[in-house]
Design a binder for this molecule. Sequence first.
Ligand code: ATP
Ligand code: MG
Length: 556
Amino acid sequence: MSQRMQQGQPMIVMSEDSQRVKDKNAQDYNISAARAVAEAVRSTLGPKGMDKMLVDSMGSVTITNDGVTILQEMDIDNPTAEMIIEVAETQEDEAGDGTTTAVAIAGELLKNAEDLLEQDIHPTAIIKGFHLASEQARAEVDDIAQDVDTNDEELLRSVAETSMTGKGAEVNKEHLSQLIVDAVRAVTVENADGENVVDLEFLNIEAQTGRSVGESDLLEGGIVDKDPVHDNMPTAAENADILLLNQPIEVEETDVDTEVSVTDPDQLQKFLDREEEQLKEKVDQIVDLGADVVFCQKGIDDLAQHYLAKEGILAVRRAKKSDLEFLKEVVGASIVSDLESATAEDLGYGDVTRDEEDELFYVEGEGAHGVTLLLRGSTDHVVDELERGINDALDVVAQTVSDGRVLAGGGAIEVELASRLRDYADSVSGREQLAVEAFADSLELVPRVLAENAGLDSIDTLVDLRAAHDDGDVTAGLNVFSNDVENTFEAGVVEPAHAKEQAVTSASEAANLVLKIDDIISAGDLSTDKGGDEEGGAPGGAGGMGGMGGGMGGMM
Ligand SMILES: Nc1ncnc2c1ncn2[C@@H]1O[C@H](COP(=O)(O)OP(=O)(O)OP(=O)(O)O)[C@@H](O)[C@H]1O
Ligand SMILES: [Mg+2]
C-alpha cells in the first residue's frame, strides 16, 4: 500500500460515478457556468432590453424581461449556475427589482476575477478586495443618494416609470405609474416615530384578460370574480351588511356512510322535509344576523339559494379563500365558520356593486383598509408580464416611500461608484488593490450594457460618462430615450438606493462564494450533456450547463 502511494498512485476513495474537478479547473468550471447565467440575462437590461420567450417542458410559454423570472423558468441543471440564480432570488425578495443588474454584475465580477487569477493573484486576495470594495460601495451609495420628500408624487411616479420601462407595462406608463403611486399611498401609514410604513399586504392585484392595459384601475376595496348564485337575487347592495362565510349552506352530511331505508312514502316525505328545514334554518340564521350580502367560500344548496333570493339577499358561493381574507380587511368583518355562534359583530359593512361587463363584484368598505389594483390586458401573456412589471414598480415605490433615498439611474450611480472606488483603491494595499479596481470596472458593466442594448457604442458612452463624472457630475447617466449623457435624475430616471445597495452586495457575495471553491466533488456527473470522458477538465462556456445547453443556447 505505502509502496503504491510512493509510486504516485493516489488511493481511490470515491465511487466510480463520482467526478472531481480541482484547483484551476474547478475555478474555470465555476466561473464559466456563472458567467453563462449572467450572459443569458444581459440582453434584457434596461428600457431597450429585449424580452425572452421561455417554453417549458409542458409547452407553456412565458414572455418576459424580468431577470429572476427568466432564470427561474430556465431549466438550469448546474450547481454553480444555481448559486447565481439565488442572487436574483435574493434581490427579488429584498428589493423586488434590479435582478438583472445583480446577476449581470456578479457575472462581470467573475470575469474580471478570472483575469486576476490568470495573473497569479490568489483567490483569497481577490475575495478580500471584492469584500472591501462592496462595503465601500454601500457606504458611497448612502453618501451619493439624495434624500427626497416621500410625498413628492412626481418623483414617486418617476421611480415607478423607471422600473417599468422595458417591461410590458411601459406602453401605458403614465397611467400605470399614477395607479401604482396611489396604491402605495393608500396602504401607507405613519408610525409613532413619524416614519412611513408601507404594508403591501393590503394591496391586492387582480389580473383580468380582455380589455386594454389602459383600462387598468385602482379600486378602494376588493373584487369578487363570481356570479350571484340565483337569478332573482339583487346584483348590488349599498350600505350593506356583509357576511363572509367559510361554511357550506348545504344539508349537513354525516361523516360515515349511511343508508336510509324507507318503508312508506310518508317517511320519505318526512326525511325530505327535515332536509328542507335544515336549510331553511341556516338561511334564517343569516337573515337574523342581518346580512344583506353573503360571500361564501363553500357551496350553497339549490334550495338555500332559492330561500336567500326570496329574502333579497345577494349570495356568492365558492369565493376564493384569498378573496375572503382580503375582504375581511376591506369591510371589517370576521370570517364566520359556524353560523350558529355568529353574531352581528362578525358582519362587515360596505358597498357591493357589479361590473356587468367583466362579471365581477366590487366590494368597497368605508375608510377602506385595502385596495385592489385591477390590471387589464388583451391576452394572458400581456397580463402576466404586466403584472411582473407592476410588482417591481410597487416594490420600488414602496421602498422610496419608506426609505426616501434615491439615485440617478441610467448607469449614473454605477459610474460614480466606480470612480469613487478607484480613488478608494489607492488606500488599499497589496494585491487587494487590484481586486478593488476590478470591482470598479465590473460596476461599469451596467452603463455599457444599457448602451449596447440601445444600439449605442458602449465604449464611447462609457468615455463620455467617465468624463462627466470626473467633472463632478454625480448624476450624469445615459438616457436611452434621448441617447444622450445627461442628468438622468432630472430626466426622471430614478431608482431607490436600497435596491442598488442590495444588488452590489449580493453580486459580490455570490462572486466570492464561487471564487472560494477550489475543489468540486460531485457524486454524479457534473455536466449532464457532456460525454464525461474529458479528463475532469473545465467545460468551456455554457457547455457544462446541462439544461441550458440545447434549448437556451441560442439566447446567449
Ligand atoms: N430612460 C432610461 N435610460 C437609461 N437607463 C434607464 C432608463 N430607464 C431605466 N434605466 C436603467 O435600466 C436599468 C434597469 O433595467 P431592468 O429593469 O431591465 O433590469 P433590473 O431592474 O436590473 O432587473 P429586473 O427588472 O429584471 O428585475 C437600471 O439601471 C435603470 O437605471
Ligand atoms: Mg427593473
